[in-house]
Design a protein around this ligand. Structure first.
Ligand SMILES: *Cc1c(COP(=O)(O)O)cnc(C)c1O
Length: 379
């Protein structure tokens, strides 16, 4: 049977913006400016207004955004190669790659089975005199922010770097503080990705760094442009990690629709939450705050070793699913020996997680049909 319920069809996601995207592309083609320039500056300002940080630097992709933050801290003398960065063990591998690429040492901390984000109670044990930062990853769109995280960072003078690749537009509600805080404005620096599959996707690669630290912003901007702080004046051995004007212009079309996009995902998540009831399925936890999860993925756990069966049975019925992620970073060939100690929750998640269609190319009524199909599968 053909896939009646595709996991993600990017053409459908972008179709609603097509006229405006074409207009933006024509504007760039005719401008004669293709890297950086006004489109990038405007995009940086608009993203900064949204995230509420003083500085945003548009860069080539999310991995480079993370790398540039770490490299920036190294250039500023806040970190040195060999220093340790705490990273959730069940993250997408890019979070870890950024750390090792800068000569820093990732220290993997296990996840909380309930939130599937870093287990805040395990962070303290991972801190050593070499620890310089905690990279908090808002995995699957759920904001990973907690009093315990802030307390440990304060106590040991650690930077908090947010990996916001999956959580653009998310807001954390912090107990004791009125109002909410945008993902990307919570920690010392944040990395965004606009890879086409993310909640706001470019039509190619794109990313951004957000921070309130002017020295870091300056270092990141220079490092992304051959290490030059002005033309032909190279203060660092930098790279070429700049944002294209075309991607910036396209992103400026989609960025104002972030709450609508995320709201649509929430609607579908609610349908799954209300309708799925299956003895082998544990649904993702719904917090009482609406905005602290932007549902980049809707990730169920299929228990008792039945995940792969469930995936197969769903595909037979035309429902495409995905696995984020079947192999955690420390099980990848390139990271053999990376994990010191057990990571039982990460291992368990890798064998149980299954992502259901959640993007705008799946309608709310299709989500309801998918839930019914799931409930009728006997494993
Ligand atoms: C996508 C992603 C990245 C990397 O972003 P790219 O733009 O693909 O380089 C980093 N971290 C997480 C958690 C991601 O999901």
């Amino acid at each position: 049977m053909s896939n009646q319920y595709p996991f993600l069809r990017l053409g459908d996601v972008n179709r609603r913006y097509e006229a405006e995207l074409i207009e933006a592309a024509v504007r760039v083609i005719q401008s004669g400016r293709y890297v950086g320039g006004d489109e990038v500056t405007s995009f940086e300002r608009e993203l900064g207004e949204m995230v509420k940080t003083k500085h945003v630097v548009g860069v080539s992709n999310g991995l480079d955004a993370l790398r540039l933050i770490l490299r920036g801290y190294i250039e500023l003398g806040e970190m040195a190669p060999g220093d340790e960065i705490i990273v959730p063990a069940n993250t997408y591998i890019a979070s870890v790659l950024a750390v090792t690429d800068c000569g820093l040492t990732p220290v993997l901390v296990d996840a909380d089975i309930h939130t599937m984000n870093i287990d805040y109670d395990l962070i303290r044990e991972a801190v050593t005199p070499s620890t310089r930062a905690i990279m908090t990853v808002h995995l699957y769109g759920r904001i990973a922010w907690d009093e315990r995280l802030m307390a440990i960072a304060r106590k040991y003078n650690l930077k908090i770097i947010e990996d916001c690749a999956q959580a653009i537009g998310g807001r954390a509600c912090i107990p004791g503080i009125n109002g909410s805080y945008q993902a990307g404005g919570l920690g010392d620096a944040a990395a965004f990705s606009f890879y086409p599959t993310k909640n706001i996707g470019a039509l190619g690669d794109a990313g951004a760094v957000a921070t309130n630290d002017p020295a870091l912003a300056k270092a990141v901007r220079a490092l992304a442009n051959y290490g030059a702080d002005r033309r032909y004046h190279n203060i660092y051995c930098g790279g070429n990690c700049r944002l294209d004007s075309l991607q910036a212009a396209l992103l400026r079309v989609k960025l104002p629709h972030i709450d609508e996009e995320n709201g649509g995902r929430f609607e579908r998540a609610l349908v799954y939450e209300r309708m799925i009831s299956h003895k082998n399925i544990v649904k993702p936890f719904m917090s009482r705050w609406v905005t602290d999860n932007v549902w980049h993925q809707y990730v169920i756990r299929v228990t008792d070793g039945k995940r792969d069966r469930m995936k197969e049975e769903l595909l037979k019925r035309g429902v495409e699913t995905d696995i984020h992620y079947a192999v955690p970073p420390h099980r990848q060939p390139c990271y053999a020996g990376l994990a010191h100690g057990e990571l039982p929750v990460t291992e368990r998640l890798a064998s149980e997680v299954l992502s259901l269609p959640i993007s705008s190319c799946t309608s709310v009524s299709e989500a309801a049909e998918i839930a019914k199909i799931i409930n009728n599968i006997e494993l």
